[in-house]
Design a protein around this ligand. Sequence first.
Ligand SMILES: O=C(O)CCC(=O)C(=O)O
Length: 275
Amino acid sequence: MTLTIQQQYERDGFAFPLTVLDSDEAKRWRTVFENCEAKWGEHPDAQIKKAVKSFPHLVFPEIDAMIRDQRIVDYVAQVLGDNILCWNFSAWIKEPNTSSYVSWHQDLNYWGLDDVDEVTAWIALSPANDSSGCMRFVRGSHKERIEHRDTFAKDNLLTRGQEVVTSIDESEAVSIELEPGQMSLHHGLLMHASGPNSTDDRRIGLAIRYIKPSMRQAQGDGDYAVLVRGQDDFGHFNLAPSPSAAFADDAVARAVEVHELHDKILYRGAQQKRA
Ligand SMILES: O=C(O)CCC(=O)C(=O)O
């Protein structure tokens, strides 16, 4: 019997591969994304550069369009239903032949959100496979919260280098191999990790975090989200509008504000902070 995406997601904590862009469009998205990346990379103000790098969807109309892309949202709606906010966006980039990795973790442990109605859509803009350091998932691990500890390990891409305090049978993990334009969905409590990129191309994945509007930021008021489908009957988040132009003053100010807030949330209780 073929399972629906929702049934797979409920059983395993993930679903993949889901094709959302054809290869020409995936190339176009990569060019658009890398152009935006070059623009924030050149920004002279270090605080703005950091904020825009962390929240580019609030500042670039092109990235705002990506998080609103209805081909992605259609899949997410199969899990979350028809009222959907985008809470966050992160680009996960591993440069060619580098040792950056991601330790085994569950996303929702650090985000301050009060419930689990969250889905990450991870879209590959370059080949994601074992050689380039694709994500690996532990099937069914989204059913319980696991304790984490901080490592702050140098090559670990996570904010605190956090890792689960439990042993993982690596041979049981599923490699989430994706071609450019394909996507996986994963649950916020799914244990996942990824290894280094030993290929000559960048490994680029766009992770878009979608939530139900009923979710709350339990670590204080003032968090932002973008309404991408349906309606928000709860008002738990400030709704960010689409940026009118790249680096529009109000959009940059919003990115700086939300970056400061998320920084506090992500580092709460930590003994140190990355430079
Ligand atoms: O892209 C990766 O390797 C890790 C991404 C990740 O941890 C996430 O999207 O939650």
